[in-house]
Design a protein around this ligand. Structure first.
Ligand SMILES: Cc1ncc(C[n+]2csc(CCOP(=O)(O)OP(=O)(O)O)c2C)c(N)n1
Length: 321
């Protein structure tokens, strides 16, 4: 296994910090009570979206989940219209009709977050089939959780992707929980990746607190898809740092389990390894923090004062009305 070049690690640190700061701010702002709906944050999982998207082009496709902010940011969605969408405003990416769980931006290949668990998986397979038919070289990636891995759609999708050698990567973010149900209870196999064998594709387990490992595994799977050799299932093992949603009191989880989950943080780990190589990350991190905090300040202020959709147009931009 080769270590990725330094620049990729610095880019990785920057992108992961952007997501972390975005999510921590969203959590705080949600507590003020004027952001409608539910919010599920991506804290602790940043390496997965960032490492995958580091290997994707803007025109490549991703499909996301109810926990989709990190995927969207890593794929290039702009912060201000995303925040406006969280507030349900007309200036939001989906004209405020979607909110946190339905962010989509086709201009950078984000076919959508999805409140339906497993809802993005078949869409990514369809996008991969389109890319293969058109011969345009694009790949698609679908992110989903361990809970979604028990949905029938994953199994049908992996089977079709395998027999047609579609350029798609299945990325399971296994954070050990589906809401309050432990993966150890709900999975028929020790690892989600074990299921790849049934569909004749590589099944790769990655520790997502290790950015280098995640970057390398992502690169291999995406290159394989681009070479026309078919799909890969990556299982990224993540420790769930927070509750299922913002406000979850986690009565089903021990304090020790939560503390342990937070103890092996990918951002701290990557910073420490860069520092050990003689790169002082303090100044780098401070400059990223300052820039992102200003961007977030402006985005929240603009979103809170932006117009709502008008009542007589509320059925526009939705598929069924
Ligand atoms: C088809 C469907 N079933 C159930 C739900 C309710 N639900 C929302 S999130 C969730 C847990 C999903 O767990 P997982 O896929 O592991 O993702 P995580 O929240 O851990 O990231 C469930 C059951 C849903 N939204 N859609």
């Amino acid at each position: 296994m080769t270590t990725p070049p330094l620049d990729y690690r610095r880019d990785g640190l920057r992108e992961m910090l952007r997501i972390r700061l975005f999510e921590e701010r969203v959590r705080r702002e949600f507590g003020k009570g004027d952001m409608p709906g539910f919010v599920h944050t991506y804290v602790g999982a940043e390496a997965v979206a960032v490492a995958i998207c580091a290997h994707l082009n803007r025109s490549d496709i991703i499909t996301s989940t109810h926990r989709g902010h990190g995927h969207c940011l890593a794929k290039g969605v702009a912060i201000a219209p995303m925040i406006a969408e969280l507030f349900g405003r007309e200036s939001g990416l989906c004209h405020g009709r979607g909110g946190s769980m339905h962010i989509a931006d086709f201009s950078c290949g984000v076919m959508g977050a999805n409140a339906i668990v497993g809802g993005g998986i078949a869409l990514a397979v369809g996008a991969a089939q389109a890319a293969q038919t058109l011969g345009d070289g694009r790949v698609s990636v679908t992110f989903f959780g361990d809970g979604a891995s028990n949905e029938g759609v994953l199994h049908e999708s992996m089977n079709l992707a395998s027999i047609w050698k579609l350029p798609v990567v299945f990325v399971c973010e296994n954070n050990g929980w589906a809401e309050s149900t432990p993966a150890t209870y709900a999975l028929s196999v020790p690892n989600v990746a074990d299921r790849a064998k049934g569909y004749s594709m590589p099944g790769v387990i990655v520790d997502a607190s290790d950015y280098d490992a995640m970057y390398i595994a992502a690169g291999e799977a995406i290159s394989r898809a681009r070479r026309g050799e078919g799909p890969t299932l990556i299982e990224a093992k993540i420790a769930r740092h927070t509750g299922h949603f913002v406000g979850d009191t986690e009565g089903y989880r021990s304090r020790e389990n939560r503390t342990e989950a937070r103890s092996n943080d990918v951002i701290k780990r990557l910073r420490a390894s860069l520092d050990a190589e003689g790169i002082d990350t303090d100044a780098f991190v401070t400059s990223i923090q300052n820039a992102i905090v200003s961007e977030l300040d402006a985005a929240f202020q603009a979103a809170r004062t932006a117009p709502w959709p008008s009542a007589d147009e509320v059925e526009n931009y939705v598929y069924a009305s």
